[in-house]
Design a protein around this ligand. Structure first.
Ligand SMILES: Nc1ncnc2c1ncn2[C@@H]1O[C@H](COP(=O)(O)OP(=O)(O)O)[C@@H](O)[C@H]1O
Ligand SMILES: O=P(O)(O)OC[C@H](O)CO
Length: 510
């Protein structure tokens, strides 16, 4: 039998699931993609159906293999990458989820977070969460979502304590199903995903008993923590016999796919949210400016690489909101045409604090605001203000990154669904004051997962080989001067001020 010549990556982002097959040069050979249904049962709640995700995973694998005219025997390894923090609990005996997946953007667990914070009132105690996990206490991460399911779904705590249930982020759910589900599926998560739970000690790379007890989460629920690149098990069904050999949270995968392997290298992804990741090498750097500390990757037995991360909750999802909730565009790409029909934002600024504000401000009390409205403002100005909001928020996390590292980034590598928007990319370069660069393979998330899997089975020799595959496709350079840039930033800051302190004791918690 000939040696398999391809690696398959499964990428479950917030909006869709993709399977992409790559060759040795990192080129795309086949793709399958299906949208994920977004479920909004109440204001602030965001859910996915894990069964839909798994069924669609099988379908997209089939589509990708069909498009490339390949079978399992052509695939050297499978890599998984996923929306992080999104929480699933399922029954290991039959594979049935006990509740929908609670998505990372969901804010229903604010009261759980408040209670945990109250119990750990003293400053050193609160800092313990941050210094151990690199994360602030926030609804964003998996821990409070697990607690919510344990507390609100009948019998679940007792079933969890008896050992019949499993928790996982989407990577765990996919690997478990791919490797046989209730007939011997492997229950693992990689260090990058585990670092998004508020339950893992960043240094030890292990679940932390003290944190588990603070949240009252039974350890039996948890997957084993593994590296990002090793053979975890072999697939059944359509990909029968192929090693599942790479797992990276999607933002870490994009960093890996952008070949930002070394200390000082960074990328910014524009998807449902935006995520700027700065590789700090083997050093754990604690942010003084509102960034998260997270694991960048860990290859087999080698030491982990860490990163600083600026996570922005709402960017691409704001464009979906314009489409689905306001109906002012019928597809995401139309936003550019609409925004280009006016020369500027007409004085309107849009602060999309739909889940409060994430990095660098971490303000759960904020809510969305469109300010500067006059009788003159029309839907095209709103579209423009929405795109500008993406760039303004990114400028804030870049400033925080530069302040933390003391070494300003001189260019930013970008990827994700929004980077086909030229207007946004030019405005981004204008606002950052440094070039913004798009690589030839824009599917860096899937590529990063493929790289991790391929490295584990010797398909690629090492990161030097992968680095040589990265190629620039296009760059946008700043076209405005510093005075204009600073003026724009001052007005943006004024707009953000208007969105703060919205949630208080009088608010209906919507
Ligand atoms: N031309 C465009 N202009 C602006 N936003 C876009 C455009 N095309 C796609 N998007 C946005 O990009 C997001 C999808 O990007 P993707 O990287 O696939 O996200 P995810 O991985 O979070 O599912 C959607 O939220 C969509 O609104
Ligand atoms: O769906 P994405 O690609 O915007 O990524 C979601 C992140 O992983 C959430 O932390």
């Amino acid at each position: 039998m000939s040696t398999p010549q391809y690696v398959l990556a499964i990428d479950n982002g917030t909006t869709s699931i993709r399977a992409i097959i790559f060759d040795h040069a990192g080129a795309k050979i086949g793709t399958g993609q299906l949208e994920t249904t977004q479920i909004f049962p109440q204001s602030g709640w965001v859910e996915h159906d894990p069964v839909e995700i798994w069924n669609n995973t099988r379908k997209v694998i089939e589509l990708a293999l069909e498009q490339a005219s390949l079978t399992a025997s052509d695939i050297a390894a499978i890599g998984i990458t996923n929306q992080r923090e999104t929480t699933v609990i399922w029954d290991k005996t039959n594979g049935v989820p006990v509740y929908n997946a609670i998505v990372w953007q969901d804010t229903r667990t604010q009261s759980i977070i408040d209670q945990i914070a109250e119990k750990n009132l003293s400053e050193p105690d609160l800092n313990r969460f941050k210094s151990k996990t690199g994360l602030p206490l926030a609804t964003y991460f998996a821990a409070s979502k697990i607690v919510w399911i344990l507390e609100h779904v009948e019998d679940v705590r007792q079933r969890a304590e008896s050992g019949s249930l499993a928790f996982g982020t989407i990577d765990s759910w996919l690997v478990w199903n791919l490797t046989g589900g209730s007939s011997g599926g492997v229950h693992v998560t990689d260090v990058t995903n585990a670092s998004r739970t508020l339950l893992m000690d960043l240094e030890a790379l292990q679940w932390d008993p003290e944190l588990l007890s603070a949240f009252n989460i039974p350890p039996t629920l948890l997957p084993a923590i593994v590296s990002s690149s090793e053979i975890y098990g072999t697939a059944v069904e359509l990909l029968h016999g192929v090693p599942v050999a790479g797992i990276l949270g999607d933002q870490q995968a994009a960093t890996f796919g952008q070949a930002a392997f070394s200390q000082g290298e960074a990328k910014n992804t524009y998807g449902t949210g935006n995520f700027l990741i700065f590789n700090t090498g083997e050093e754990i750097v604690h942010s003084q400016n509102g960034l998260l500390t997270t694991v960048a990757y860990k290859l087999g037995n080698q030491p982990a690489h860490y990163a600083l991360e600026g996570s922005i909750a709402v960017t691409g999802s704001l464009i979906q909101w314009l489409r689905d909730n306001l109906g002012i565009i019928s597809s995401a790409s139309e936003v550019e045409t609409l925004a280009l029909s006016v020369p500027d934002n007409g004085g309107a600024y849009f602060v999309p604090a739909f889940s409060g504000l994430f990095a660098p401000r971490w303000r759960p009390d904020a809510r969305g605001a469109i300010v500067g409205l006059t009788r003159y403002v029309n839907k095209a100005h709103i579209a423009r203000a929405a795109l500008e909001a993406v760039a303004f928020q990114t400028r804030e996390v870049l400033d925080a990154t530069n302040a933390d590292t003391g070494v300003p980034l001189t260019e930013v590598r970008v990827d994700g669904g929004m980077i086909s928007n030229e207007l946004l990319m030019q405005f981004q370069a204008d606002l950052l004051g440094v070039p913004v660069i798009r690589p030839v393979v824009a599917e860096t998330t899937a590529l990063g997962a493929a790289y991790a899997a391929g490295l584990a089975v010797g398909f690629w020799s090492g990161t030097d080989e992968l680095r040589a595959l990265w190629q620039e496709h296009k760059r946008w350079t700043p076209q405005i001067d510093e005075e204009e840039r600073q003026k724009l930033l001052r007005v943006w800051n004024k707009a953000v001020e208007k969105s703060l302190n919205w949630i208080d004791e009088d608010s209906v918690q919507l």
